[in-house]
Design a protein around this ligand. Sequence first.
Ligand code: 13P
Length: 234
Amino acid sequence: MKIIAGNWKMNGSRDSLVHMVTALQDIDSKNTVILCVPYTMLGVDGGRVAIGAQDASAHDHGAYTGEVSANMIAATGAKYVIVGHSERRQYHGETNDIVRAKAAAVIAAGLTPIICVGETMDEKQAGKTMAIIESGVRESVPNDANNNVIVAYEPRWAIGAGLTPTDSEIADAHKLIADTLTSMGLGDTPVLYGASVKGTNAAQIMSIPNVDGVLVGGASLKPDDFIPIITSVK
Ligand code: 13P
């Protein structure tokens, strides 16, 4: 069984979410399906689809204009929160320390964080891929997380670009992440792959060792694109 998570980023509407979850109710799959949507769409009943958010404040409550706390997200019925997505790191200056604080707040609210790590093109070209991934995991995942986390490997240079790493690059990254999590006492943590996943490559990617599922951007927005990804693996 795999985890198939969609990240809608700043796309969609409540109507399109209702349309999507309706289309997903009766699909022939036992995989866990998650849709992480903008805050304004939280509260839609996902049925067999778990709903998640895409960010949460590190703070519980208070004078933090524009922020939304993990407890507020939990109150909508959501179960997951993406933290440390590369677009948050790139456009909002989120560091591993900030991501770890947010992930801790998400766990404290009883939700599961989907913690993203991955290297930029500059870091890849400088031969730093493995070091960035390892420090990303060590510094972004709360080490008292007690296995209530999911990690997503998202090579930042491949997101939305139609590019994917080679199978052996994905295998190496996921092995490193799995080994790092094991050394932190979090060996049961699922590790997802994300970047340019589509119906035509999903099954192959999820056959790579230590790939426990996928985190899908663009191809999670429409049932015709998302359903083939979900049903591509048992
Ligand atoms: P794409 O699938 O559009 O490349 O996006 C990946 C991503 O960022 C998922 O979080």
